[in-house]
Design a protein around this ligand. Sequence first.
Ligand code: FE2
Length: 435
Amino acid sequence: MSHDLIIRNASLPDGRRGQDIAVRDGRIADLGPAFGGAAGREIDAAGRLVTPPFVDVHFHMDATLSLGRPRMNESGTLLEGIRLWGELKPHLTPDAIAERAMRYCDLAVSQGLLAIRGHVDICDDRLLAVEALLDVRARVKPYLDLQLVAFPQDGYLRAANAAANLTRALDMGVEVVGGIPHFERTMADGAASVRALCEIAADRGLMVDMHCDESDDPLSRHVETLAAEARRLGLGGRVTGSHLTSMHSMDNYYVSKLLPLMAEAGINAVANPLINITLQGRHDGYPRRRGMTRVPELMAAGVPVALGQDCVMDPWYSLGTADMLDVAHMAVHVGQMTGREAMRACFAAVTTVPAAIMGLDGYGLAPGCHADLVILQANDPVEAIRLRPPRLCVIRRGRVIAETAPWRTALGLDGRPATLDPAAYAPEPDAGPGR
Ligand code: FE2
């Protein structure tokens, strides 16, 4: 039977090379060493890496691309960012939020990022952002999976109408329960908010994803409560703790007790290295703490760890390009994860792991999975992180939805090659001394 599309000579993230991928009716029909058969279209991957799409499980879609409104964050701190966002909120309109989110999704598609979990601030009584992003979720559905979290930015217990607004947002169709226990007035209020929010999720059969312990306070203990509540209510893998930056500064003995609790509870962890390397440690002199949670230790303990973008060009972060390889690249550095296995784990942390956390149906590289694929100008996941190269081809349900020309530089040097292909610099791992 003829196929709609065959990608020839692909390298896969697990190290398999020379693979063909056949697509029919929007799904992977066959995958294996070079096979025959005809197709409506063939794409020669020429040995390049073909991966399932990038997934960003932690993003603030309602604030993205609002950089400069009402003005720039001059101190670059979290608190000035929250203040600026508070000033902007009364002036937001659904159209403006939706327009910025749609533009961000265009950028995401160009980077092979086809699934995003977006936290939506529900502390504005008008719930304009919820309304706008539910509309965006429907509009982008043919090419991007957008999952929304009801996020009480100003505190679930601390902000007057947050509890009622969160219920309204869930009733409107927001599918994940958020929280921010470290922003409540006391540690006890924070714990109470975690309990209340986990019970709402259990009652409604929803997932939980909380901003948790996003501070430099070594005594912040909300992830412990989150894990305990996940266990008590049997929520397990439906629960995610995001940021978790306090873990970086916690007492080591305490963490040796905390990690097994998180693993036993089955909860997920999300680190946001681009944002937290810039926001944390702002009250420190020197030495100054790095602020990213304990990523390699969480992974070693068996906790699924994903890496999130968090912010792009908003009051908290003025940079960003929707490139999840930027995120993985920063995690490699901040977490000192420079071994080849550790770097592969960082690639998984922006692809397969967040896909599992989001519960994405049909994600992966196997017959029967959706034909959602990205061809990169790199040979393997480590090269992809090093180069952060063009996404040569982005495919959704078997259809090419974005193409980027390869990165190639013309050189004008006497006696040197005429062109330079950065992907041609890949090493041969463990090749011996050679010459
Ligand atoms: Fe966040």
